[in-house]
Design a protein around this ligand. Structure first.
Ligand code: URA
Length: 235
């Protein structure tokens, strides 16, 4: 990472706004590598420098990775004029420039959505070529049959072959690595079933934390971040 202004680093980490940083510097509260910072435009490499605020070392995070249990009724978009978005559900201290939901869940779909500012990781996670499978639980309005399972396995319309497992007459698990518009709903529609409830349970090797209430979130652990791009699949 390149050299950055100290005031910019502090604001990117939600530690202080640019004007708060100026004030902290005036009060000699900021140190970089043990030396008091005298001007907001002093630069350092935030990935290697030891930066302290009021004597406490800060841990610099280049990117954030947030697992949210998206509730129904909220848009998976960064901002919207009228509707509430997943970004709106985050508290101020987690909101930072460039955060976006990696991939789309329909407004009425619930479950695991990743919110990040790491465009490269998001691209890898979403590209079908990466074979990162996403697991969904679907409830449908018809009785599911083994023929439906076979239809999914053979590949429905324009979609790649997919594994579907019947849990009970109206409930199934489905695993896909594409993320086409309304994909799961369209696949079920093709076998004559309307999806009445849809929830994403897993992305790659990471399960939605079931202790997360709808609309709540937490940061991914380093282990989970590593497992996000896992290509192993099978229900
Ligand atoms: N497939 C859908 O149809 N909807 C979603 O939200 C996700 C996958």
């Amino acid at each position: 990472m390149s050299m950055e202004r100290i005031d910019k680093i502090l604001s990117s980490q939600n530690i202080a706004t640019r004007s708060e940083a100026k004030e902290l510097i005036r009060k000699k509260k900021i140190c970089v590598n043990g030396k008091i910072v005298l001007k907001p435009d002093e630069k350092c490499n935030p990935e290697t420098a030891e930066i302290s605020v009021d004597g406490k070392l800060i841990s610099f995070k280049k990117y954030v990775y947030i697992m949210m249990n998206k509730p129904s009724g909220v848009l998976s978009a960064s901002n919207d004029k009228y509707a509430k978005t997943v970004i709106d559900l985050l508290p101020k201290e987690l909101q930072r420039k460039g955060l976006f939901p990696a991939g789309r869940l329909d407004k009425d779909t619930e479950g695991f959505i990743l919110i990040t500012d790491d465009g490269e990781l998001a691209h890898k996670m979403l590209s079908p070529k990466s074979h990162v499978y996403k697991l969904y639980k679907a409830v449908v309005d018809k009785i599911l049959t083994d023929e439906d399972v076979t239809a999914f396995k053979n590949g429905i319309n324009e979609f790649l072959p997919a594994e579907m497992k019947i849990i009970d007459e109206h409930t199934a698990l489905v695993e896909i690595c594409e993320g086409k518009f309304h994909q799961v709903k369209k696949m079920f529609q093709a076998v004559g079933a309307n999806v009445t409830y849809l929830k994403r349970l897993r992305i790659g090797g990471v399960w939605l934390d079931e202790t997360l209430e709808k609309g709540t979130f937490r940061e991914l652990s380093p282990k989970e971040l590593h497992e996000l791009l896992c290509t192993k699949h099978g229900i």
